[in-house]
Design a protein around this ligand. Sequence first.
Ligand SMILES: Cc1cc2nc3c(=O)[nH]c(=O)nc-3n(C[C@H](O)[C@H](O)[C@H](O)COP(=O)(O)OP(=O)(O)OC[C@H]3O[C@@H](n4cnc5c(N)ncnc54)[C@H](O)[C@@H]3O)c2cc1C
Length: 454
Amino acid sequence: MEKFDLLVVGAGSAGCLAASKAAEAGLNVCLIDLKSTSEVGKKICGDAIGKHHFENLGLEEPRKGEFEGKVLGIKIFSPDTRTVFNVMGEGLHGYLLNRHVFGQKLLRLAIQKGAVFLERTLALEPIIEKGFVSGVLAKNLEKNEKMKLYAKVTVDASGYTAVLRKKLPLEIGISPHTDKEEYEACYREIRELKEEVEDERFCEIYLNQNVAPGGYYWIFPKNKMKVNVGIGVAMKHKFPNPKEQLYKHVLTRELFRGSKVLDGGSWCVPTRRPLDSMVGNGIIVAGDAACQVNPIHGGGIGPSMAAGVLAAQTVVEALEGGDWSRDGLWRYNVLFMSSYGAKQAALDIFRIFLQACSDEEINYGMRYRLITERDVLKASQMGDIRLNLTEKTLRIFRGLRRLGFLKKLKEAADLMKKAKNHYLNYPEKPEEFENWKITTQSIIEEAKVKFGSV
Ligand SMILES: Cc1cc2nc3c(=O)[nH]c(=O)nc-3n(C[C@H](O)[C@H](O)[C@H](O)COP(=O)(O)OP(=O)(O)OC[C@H]3O[C@@H](n4cnc5c(N)ncnc54)[C@H](O)[C@@H]3O)c2cc1C
């Protein structure tokens, strides 16, 4: 039985990048997906990605056909739509991808670099031997036959389903469970319009706790006559059906009169900090399976590609050093937390704060610019919130009898800093991990208690 150096489960953005970078470095790589080759890349998504992700990773920017529109910025609408933040700047230049064509390109790249791709191959569970993940029990969906695939290291890049992570024994050291409340249920459609959009260079995000509790709805233009429109709602309490919400509150807008649905579908996205540890003996978790998505805007294509690259680098080094145990793979945790995880953790605190705010509070906060447009951009890039608390805003909020809201916002900003610093000091060695985890839990608990979303 052939034993691969690396087995990657899931040919999404995380998995394809892990497979292509590892194969490029000379490893013997197998990539599997339950989808057929031609279906890879078909993903329910908002399709937006910042240009900086390609620059940071040294990847070629999407070519014509792989993207359908270019973006200059985002307009964020307050719940009463009276205030609009025009958030622009280099950090927000980006693309509206053709997700399928882009996904096909990533797969092609992995195969060209030498990865073996097994289509229609469903991973069922990890194979555990002597405390190590040594491969995967899978099923060939064409032949309806089970098979075992062995590798020194396996990457779970199976997205939201996290098929391997959820079945790992606790001794592996990766938390198999996450809280459903830290995910959003989404529904999105691609629509061809009869009317032109107002400005196809801007993505539109609408905050409204009635329509999209704990999330938002969006209209992302692909061109003047075609949009990606969708909604995400936090999976808390008795959350509403996102498709019903979209049809009831968003598609009734004038813009959609006579429009045609080109594609529609539902999926879920994690909106929390990354898993505390994403490695164990012989296994790395990457992308949505490891909860590596921006907790505020739900962008996960960029970080999942970054995680794929990091996973490949880590495995190459681990195999060179002859140690692919949890210790040998630990560097992946350290590098991800310092490059992206720290910002994600800070934004997770802000997500907890925002989800507990009323529409009225968000209206006031935006109207009186408690955070300026420029600082919204900085927050999304760095995870730092700078508050714009002047004498004038203090007077206004005193008059509105909402000083309590300002106090909470200030506490949230402070806790975000604390969380970011804590993640920047992620333990270099697994031995210090348990203590780090205890502090993490206490920071998150503090946020939940203070901001009322327990
Ligand atoms: C509605 C919605 C809108 C979004 N909008 C944006 C956006 O505008 N911008 C952005 O950056 N991010 C967005 N995201 C998030 C983004 O899509 C994800 O973060 C990103 O695609 C994660 O990539 P991944 O490789 O981890 O997982 P995925 O892309 O989900 O890939 C996982 C792969 O694993 C395969 N797989 C799953 N289970 C198995 C199994 N058992 N065996 C074999 N294969 C399996 C799947 O078929 C799939 O190909 C959105 C998400 C949603 C749901």
